[in-house]
Design a protein around this ligand. Structure first.
Ligand code: 3PG
Ligand code: MG
Length: 399
């Protein structure tokens, strides 16, 4: 992780601060359905206000095609943002650059907050265009990036702009980087990772990097079926990437050669139909019926994972162990999540979780707040776990 400035390193009094946020939050019918990212951003805005800055919030929202599209306006975020900072007013500009933005920024007094319209209404944003970055930079005196969850994008507002103004990580960015570094760069050992999800193919780089970093790798979700299949297990009708068998065997070999413990399910919960409360059976992985699919890990697997985690000091979690959205296939994930919460509460385990599904699964288990750290990031968290440099983080490196 590069050395970066924090808010403490910047002179903020009376300064126009361009705060890159990630307000790309789930919305339905104009309402925010999960305000986590807004709530986690609020302390940075409050700190900037307290330091007498003029706060100019920049964000993307959704994936408009490089031109204005009312369906992707940030205007509906004004009220939720205001609410998150104790009801302080938030001004809004219809464009993130040019005269509309300039007018709103010019009217700010120290301690005021403005939100500018969706950055992605300009195609230059996603092209990391230097001219567009310059236009953005002209609106501020300093740049603060709090959008860790967008740091895997080399865009004008996350990358190019950081080279044009004095820049720093905001409090959320700092917390994300510190948590991930505590888990993967300088962890207390043994370190475990739980990796779940549907496909080996989408998490190949992640699995390979995890096998270099962790002592124990627990694999769950449908991707475990692919690894079992590669070992000759008949997985019946289970979701399985049969064409990935060679790749899966290479992963198993790498684990063996590196002396890592790779944990696959020993028993699974199967059903003939994938629907809520379908009749289920719990079977050893060598007994999966030909007409059934594995949809969750079984109790013996849960016990084995829990026992192993009790010996670990650090855990990184990405991806559920079963089809947790559909009960009763949430059971394995929920039980392990609660155990992780207990180990964390007793100070035995540092637990860091991230990725969209993972956070939903932990919330579903009622323990999202009980992890040491839960990332606000989806794709950026994954790329970090793949060992990649995130352009938005690299650009903050102290020059
Ligand atoms: C996210 O929600 O993953 C980030 O806001 C990045 O959005 P993007 O995947 O559209 O770049
Ligand atoms: Mg994404």
């Amino acid at each position: 992780m590069p050395q970066f400035n924090t808010l403490d390193d910047l002179d903020l009094k009376g300064k126009r601060v361009l705060l890159r946020a990630d307000l790309n939050v789930p919305m339905q019918d104009g309402r925010v359905t999960d305000a986590t990212r807004i709530e986690r951003l609020a302390p940075t805005i409050e700190a900037l206000i307290a330091r007498g800055a003029k706060v100019v919030v920049l964000s993307h929202f959704g994936r408009p095609k490089g031109k204005p599209d009312p369906a992707f306006s940030l205007r509906p975020l004004v009220q939720p943002l205001s609410q998150a900072i104790g009801g302080r007013p938030v001004a809004f500009a219809d464009d993130c650059v040019g005269p509309a933005a300039q007018r709103v920024v010019d009217a700010l007094k120290p301690g005021d907050v403005a939100l500018l319209e969706n950055l992605r209404f300009h195609a230059e944003e996603e092209k990391n265009d230097p001219g567009f970055a310059k236009q953005l930079a002209a609106l501020g005196d300093v740049y603060v990036n709090d959008a860790f969850s967008a740091a895997h994008r080399a865009h004008a507002s996350t990358e190019a702009i950081a080279h044009l103004l004095p820049s720093a990580a905001g409090k959320l960015m700092q917390a994300e980087l510190e948590a991930l570094s505590a888990a993967l760069e300088t962890p207390q050992r043994p370190v475990a990772a739980i990796v779940g999800g549907a496909k080996v193919s989408t998490k190949l780089d992640l699995l390979n990097f995890m096998l270099e970093k962790v002592d124990v790798l627990v694999i769950g979700g449908a991707m475990a079926n692919t690894l079992l299949f590669a070992q000759g297990v008949d997985v019946g009708k289970s979701l399985c990437e049969r064409d990935m068998a060679d790749t899966a065997r290479a992963i198993l070999d790498k684990a063996r050669q590196g002396g890592r413990t790779l944990m696959l399910p020993v028993d699974v919960v199967v059903a003939r139909e994938f629907k809520a409360n379908a009749p289920t059976e719990t079977v050893g992985v060598d007994r999966i019926p030909a007409d059934a699919m594995a949809l969750d890990v079984g109790p013996q697997t849960v016990a084995a994972i829990e026992q192993r985690l009790a010996e670990c000091r650090t855990l990184v979690w990405n991806g559920p162990l079963g089809a947790f959205e559909t009960p009763p296939f949430d059971r394995g994930t929920t039980e392990v999540a609660r155990r992780v919460a207990d180990l964390t509460a007793s100070g035995k385990l540092l637990s860091v979780a991230g990725g969209g599904d993972t956070v939903s699964a932990l919330s579903h288990a009622g323990v999202a707040e009980k992890m040491t750290y839960v990332s606000t990031a989806g794709g950026a968290f994954l790329e970090w776990l793949e060992g990649r440099e995130l352009p938005g983080v690299a650009a903050l490196a102290r020059k």
